[in-house]
Design a protein around this ligand. Structure first.
Ligand SMILES: *Cc1c(COP(=O)(O)O)cnc(C)c1O
Length: 455
């Protein structure tokens, strides 16, 4: 089928491509790993070697690769039409999917605005929230600021970067960004207030309240990743943080934007992470798993209250002037509908429970490794933070790239992982078998032990 052999393909890749989040000098010094096939949670490379997809292809895949029901839904849609614009025209899968999304989302979210990636879904939430207050309080409103969390991640476009909190990714763009008020993340392992879990006085919530109090009437919205700050290192929030953040937003009249791009669609054991604390945000961004990991598709959901603030006579200019070429793409919406159908058909959330338990048990022994500082979990997400010294929590030197080296070792054992600094994490597709899950954890365990030594 392909007229190029492996060596030629490597040359093409090296000569023409620029990869995301990749130091290309390192990339050019090594042979690229070409993935040519996938089935269930297994990926196949160009030589026919198989790997467990330990990151769900970077957090997007839900039910596995090459799922007959999703393949079929896309084929069926393809025979009708692949794409027509949503500017001035409607389409069938977009309308049906919108109803479906509203029906599974936290109660109160009732409107769906489509886009294509997590970052675009977040941009839309930010712009909607900003414009909402302009319509409600008038153009002279003092609400000009967003509150966001340290170590938060919301995507790589400039608005999303402005509310991001990862210096390594975001620092250099500082001069281009709008100002956001950053509050400490509830990162219990490295508590900014020097507390342990047992001595916690919820100081991070006190800090959040203080920020709200100091900027009364100025805050548009608080944006956060509910329950787990994923790209920040899989920081799992303590119980009650999300619910209290929602309460503070209400008390101070700010909107709450929940970025469920990574946590949505069952990843934390519930359909959406907000459900863990019975929270309904005012705006919710979803993407990654929305299409089952097949096609780029995202959505920003909001309430009737926000939607209605944009209704008015044409000349009032309350129109939300935002859109993308592929908004509401039929193929992607058809894939998403098929993926959401599988939740019911395969009883996914219930079937996941024993696997979540297996992941929890499987992670316990990592704690015995001398360079594992912290083990974190939430639903079907597991992460271990490697440290040079467990007593002082001292990280390994950045340039040693310990996390990356662990992942290279795991690759040789048939498991694909991708580190976040020195955090090694596991986000497998839901269809993974118990044997495969154990294999994934074994490979990671051995790789960490080999790379960091057993004592
Ligand atoms: C990945 C991610 C994004 C960005 O999504 P893209 O599709 O990569 O643009 C935004 N928010 C969170 C929480 C994410 O994990």
């Amino acid at each position: 089928m392909c007229r190029f052999n492996k060596r030629e393909l490597s040359q093409l890749n090296h000569k023409y491509l620029w990869h995301p989040f990749t130091q290309m000098r390192d990339w050019l010094a090594e042979e690229p790993l070409f993935i040519v096939g996938g089935n269930g949670c297994v990926l196949t490379d160009i030589d026919g070697k198989e790997y467990i997809d330990g990151t769900s292809s970077l957090w997007v895949n839900l039910h596995g690769h090459n799922v007959e029901e999703i393949n079929e839904a896309i084929r069926e849609q393809l025979e009708r039409i692949a794409h027509s614009t949503s500017l001035g025209l409607a389409n069938v899968p977009a309308a049906v999917l919108a109803e479906k999304l509203v029906s599974i989302s936290p109660p109160g979210l009732s409107r769906v605005f489509y886009s294509d990636d997590g970052a675009t879904a977040v941009e839309i939430a930010l712009k909607m929230a900003f414009e909402y207050w302009r319509h409600v309080e008038g153009k002279e409103t003092a609400r000009r600021k967003f509150v966001s969390l340290e170590l938060g991640y919301h995507g790589d476009t400039l608005g999303a970067v402005s509310v991001g909190g990862i210096d390594l990714f975001h620092g250099i763009f500082e001069p281009l960004l709008f100002e956001a008020l950053r509050v400490p993340a509830p990162y219990c392992y490295r508590c900014r207030f020097g507390r342990e879990r047992t001595s916690c006085g919820r100081e991070c919530l006190v800090a959040l309240r203080k920020t709200f109090g100091e900027h009364q009437g100025e805050i548009i919205a608080l944006i956060l990743e509910p329950m787990v700050q994923c790209a920040g290192g899989f920081i799992v929030h303590p119980d009650g943080y999300l619910a209290e953040a929602r309460r503070l937003c209400d008390e101070y009249g700010a909107l709450l934007i929940a970025d469920e791009v990574a946590t949505g669609f069952g990843r934390t054991g519930k359909m959406f992470a907000c459900e863990h604390e019975n929270v309904t945000p005012d705006l919710m961004a979803v993407a990654k798993g929305l299409s089952g990991g097949y096609l780029p598709l995202a959505a920003t959901l909001t309430t009737e209250k926000v939607f209605e603030a944009f209704l008015g006579d044409y000349a009032e200019n309350k129109t939300f002037f935002h859109g993308h070429s592929y908004t509401g793409n039929q193929l992607a919406c058809a894939a998403a509908l098929a993926s959401l159908d599988l939740f019911r058909k395969r009883n996914v959330l219930n079937e996941l429970e024993p696997k979540i338990e297996l992941l929890r048990k499987g992670l316990e022994r990592f704690q015995r490794l001398p360079h594992v500082g912290d083990v974190r979990r939430c639903g079907f997400i597991g992460a271990v933070e490697l440290v040079s010294d467990r007593a002082t929590k001292q990280p390994f030197p950045y340039e040693k790239r310990v996390g990356a080296k662990v992942c290279y070792r795991a690759r040789r054992k048939g498991v694909l992982l991708r580190p976040l600094g020195d955090v090694i994490y596991f986000i497998p597709p839901y269809c993974i078998s118990e044997t495969q899950l154990n294999g994934l954890l074994d490979a990671a365990f051995d790789s960490i032990r080999e790379e960091t030594g057993s004592a």
